[in-house]
Design a binder for this molecule. Structure first.
Ligand SMILES: CC(C)(COP(=O)(O)OP(=O)(O)OC[C@H]1O[C@@H](n2cnc3c(N)ncnc32)[C@H](O)[C@@H]1OP(=O)(O)O)[C@@H](O)C(=O)NCCC(=O)NCCS
Length: 158
């Protein structure tokens, strides 16, 4: 397939979140149960968010969270199945890590279940020693509203 017309976009405002949800549901096992409301929050708090376009068709996306200098993490790297194996996934990750919010960052993390070899081709190395996770059993949003502290004034004695 000739990919010369494929465009990589760094403006997250241009992303139609329903299209992004459909891309996730079709192509990535860990994103299948996501919904529009939660995805809106995730995208609003991610920067940069890269999208890949074949004319009006959204065919790929990746996003990151970054402090701009010390640490960043890459999330949800996806290329539509019909476009895989063409070098677009590599270009997508390279676009993400060359963005000004990531290109000076000392360590860029990601987690992957099956795609270690793909990331190794781009320069990532396995990192088995430093990773921990909290499976956060967060409360019902209504409880959260009622019990929410004033975050401006919270102290250790609270
Ligand atoms: C992983 C994914 C983003 C790769 O995108 P892609 O466009 O198919 O990858 P590319 O064509 O850019 O491949 C880049 C390089 O990685 C290699 N590669 C890609 N997938 C690979 C795999 N599964 N195993 C080994 N090598 C792989 C390619 O051969 C290529 O090597 P080269 O640069 O030396 O030629 C894509 O397969 C995808 O979206 N999969 C479903 C979602 C997913 O698993 N995302 C990653 C979650 S962490």
């Amino acid at each position: 397939m000739d990919c010369s017309h494929i465009k990589f976009c760094t403006d997250k405002e241009k992303i139609d979140l329903e299209k992004l949800l459909a891309l996730y549901q079709k192509n990535a096992f860990w994103t299948k149960n996501r919904n529009l409301e939660d995805l809106t929050i995730a995208i609003a708090h991610s920067n940069p968010v890269i999208s890949v376009w074949d004319h009006q068709k959204l065919i790929g996306s990746a996003r990151a969270t970054s402090d701009g200098i010390y640490r960043a993490t890459i999330w949800d790297v996806v290329i539509d199945g019909e476009y895989q194996g063409l070098g677009l996934g590599r270009k997508l990750v390279e676009t993400l890590i060359s963005h000004p919010l990531l290109n000076r960052v000392e360590r860029i993390y990601l987690t992957t279940t099956h795609q270690q070899k793909f990331y190794q081709r781009i320069g990532f190395v396995e990192n088995e020693t430093t990773t921990m996770v909290l499976y956060n059993t967060y409360p019902n949003p209504e409880d959260l509203k009622q019990n929410s502290p004033n975050w401006e004034e919270i102290s250790l004695n609270r």
